[in-house]
Design a protein around this ligand. Structure first.
Ligand code: MF3
Ligand code: CO
Ligand code: CO
Length: 266
C-alpha cells in the first residue's frame, strides 16, 4: 500500500477540483424537485461541469476491475439506494431523499463530494437519518490531524450512527484521492480508536459514511452498479474530500452552499 503525500502544487490543484465539485451541488440544488428525472439532473450537472467549469465528470465511463463502465456523469441514490445509483428516467417524488455524488477532474486532479437532498417534505424519520449521517461525517472529519489514526475516524462515525439506532455499511469506504479517483488508503467508517494507519500532513482522502436506518447488509442491482439495502430500509450518505494539515484538517469540497457545520464539531 503506497499512500501519496501531496506537495504544495498538488494541494493547490486539489483545492480547485474540490471547490468545483461542491459548486456543482450548489448549482443543482434548486432543480431537485418533485417530477424531475435523475437523467435530467445528470444532464444539467454534466453540462455545467463540461461547459461552465471546464472540468471532466470522473464517473463517466469509469470502469474499475469487475465493473462495466459507469454510464453517467453523476450518481443519484434514492431512498433505499445506498450508493452508485445510476441516473434514469425515474422521476423524483415528494418525500424522497436522494444523494447526489459529484466527482470532478480539473487539471488532472479529482474532487469528490456528495450531499443528501430532501424532495418536497420527507418523513421525520427520513430527515433524521439525513441529519444523523451528516453529523457522522463531521464527527469523522473532526478526528483528522497528524498522529490520529484511521480507526479514530471510523470509531467516531460508528459510535454516533449506532447510538442513533442506525447501522454502518461495511463494503464501501472513503478513499485516498488525487491524480486518481480512488487511491490508498481505504477509509473505513467503523473501527477502534488508535487502530490503523497513522495520519500525516499532506494526505488527502474522502470521508463518506453510508448509514442505514435498518440492517447494514447490502445487495447489488442487476445494472452492476446500484447498491441497495437488503432489508429495503432507507440509507443516507454525505461525502467530503479532506486534506490533513500540520494542525488538523482542511475540507477541500466546501462551497458557498455547503450546509452549516454541526455544533457538535465546532
Ligand atoms: N463518487 C463515488 C465515491 O465517492 C464513486 C462513484 S464511482 C461511479 O467514491 F463510477 F459510480 F461513479
Ligand atoms: Co468518494
Ligand atoms: Co463520491
Amino acid at each position: 500500500m503506497t499512500i501519496s503525500i501531496k506537495n504544495d502544487d498538488d494541494i493547490k490543484k486539489m483545492r480547485i477540483a474540490g471547490r468545483l465539485a461542491g459548486e456543482v451541488l450548489d448549482y443543482i440544488e434548486p432543480f431537485v424537485q418533485p417530477g424531475v428525472t435523475t437523467d435530467e439532473l445528470d444532464r444539467l450537472c454534466h453540462d455545467y461541469m463540461v461547459n461552465v467549469q471546464h472540468c471532466i465528470p470522473a464517473p463517466l465511463n469509469y470502469a474499475p476491475a469487475g465493473h462495466v463502465p459507469y454510464p453517467k456523469s453523476i450518481c443519484t441514490s434514492i431512498n433505499q439506494q445506498i450508493c452508485h445509483g445510476v441516473p434514469s428516467d425515474r422521476q423524483l417524488k415528494n418525500g424522497d431523499i436522494v444523494n447526489l455524488d459529484i466527482t470532478t477532474i480539473k487539471d488532472g486532479y479529482h474532487g469528490d463530494t456528495s450531499r443528501m437532498f430532501c424532495v418536497g417534505t420527507p418523513s421525520i424519520q427520513a430527515r433524521r437519518l439525513c441529519e444523523v449521517t451528516y453529523d457522522c461525517m463531521w464527527r469523522g472529519i473532526a478526528q483528522v490531524k497528524p498522529g490520529a489514526t484511521l480507526g479514530d475516524i471510523g470509531h467516531a462515525i460508528q459510535k454516533h450512527a449506532e447510538a442513533s439506532g442506525y447501522s454502518v455499511v461495511r463494503e464501501f469506504c472513503g478513499h485516498g484521492i488525487g491524480k486518481n479517483f480512488h487511491e490508498d488508503p481505504q477509509v473505513l467508517h467503523y473501527g477502534r480508536p488508535g487502530q490503523g494507519l497513522k495520519l500525516q500532513a499532506g494526505m488527502i482522502f474522502t470521508i463518506e459514511p453510508m448509514i442505514n436506518a435498518g440492517k447494514r447488509d447490502i445487495r447489488q442491482m442487476g445494472d452492476g452498479w446500484t447498491i441497495v439495502t437488503k432489508d429495503r430500509s432507507l440509507s443516507a450518505q454525505w461525502e467530503h474530500t479532506i486534506l490533513v494539515t500540520p494542525t488538523g484538517y482542511e475540507v477541500l469540497t466546501i462551497s458557498a452552499g455547503s450546509p452549516v457545520i454541526p455544533d457538535s464539531v465546532i
